[in-house]
Write a protein that binds this ligand. Structure first.
Ligand SMILES: [Fe+2]
Ligand SMILES: [Fe+2]
Length: 225
């Protein structure tokens, strides 16, 4: 039996609704009254088409950004674990729950909720994955934390005999304005958010916060190291 056959019974691929309209059919417009551009190449769009397209795009993005992020997070919901007591989805919700119960602000809670969303699909750069997602919507503090939290996790891996990285790698950032914030997040709300018996809040608790943060006007993301 091939590897594909072995796993085929466990994989469910949902066909996105938009795919049902492919093969010669246009995807439905999101709103009544919206228009299609008639050409299929950017260079051929008229100024008038660019004008309505840009307006529709901004409205679409503003309203759908949160939904798209929540759908992506939701795909992890029923994932098995590779050994942690809880999967990545529960880890994210548990981290956000801990931040909320510590009384940190809404932006910090939503940042925690999405901080490991790319952990399975791109583990090596999952901090940058979440930083790219959240950076335009949050403060530099949380953007920096997302980008660097992987390095800060190293200092909690003392007992891992296979660890070949630098456990003190975070020290190069000691004194940075966001060092203590990141160290505290990782120490109190990340490296310990792996508990099966923790009373983790459900996603519904976070939805109003997610929609508020994702409805913010996106800003340019600073170039940082
Ligand atoms: Fe992480
Ligand atoms: Fe994490």
């Amino acid at each position: 039996m091939s590897a594909a056959e072995q796993h085929s019974h466990t994989i469910t691929i949902e066909v996105p609704a938009s795919a049902k309209y492919s093969n010669g059919r246009r995807s439905p417009l999101a709103k009544p009254g919206w228009q299609y551009v008639e050409e299929a190449e950017l260079a051929d769009f008229s100024a008038e088409e660019w004008t309505f397209l840009n307006a529709q795009s901004v409205e679409y993005s503003t309203e759908e950004r949160a939904n798209a992020a929540l759908r992506m997070l939701g795909t992890l919901k029923d994932d098995p674990s590779f050994g942690y007591q809880v999967n990545t989805y529960t880890h994210c919700l548990q981290s956000a729950t801990m931040v909320m119960r510590a009384g940190w602000d809404e932006e910090d809670i939503v940042t925690a909720l999405f901080h490991d969303m790319g952990l399975i699909v791109c583990p090596e750069a999952h901090g940058q994955f979440s930083a790219a997602l959240m950076g335009p919507l949050v403060s530099e503090k949380n953007y920096w934390m997302l980008r660097h939290h992987q390095i800060f996790m190293n200092s909690h891996s003392d007992n891992d005999p296979s660890f070949t990285g630098d456990k003190d790698a975070r020290e190069v950032y000691r004194g940075h304005p966001h060092f203590e914030y990141t160290a505290t997040f990782v120490d109190k709300f990340d490296q310990n958010a792996l508990q099966a018996d923790y009373d983790t809040a459900s996603i519904e608790v976070f939805l109003p916060m997610v929609y508020r943060v994702f409805a913010r006007k996106p800003h340019a993301v600073p170039v940082i190291d």
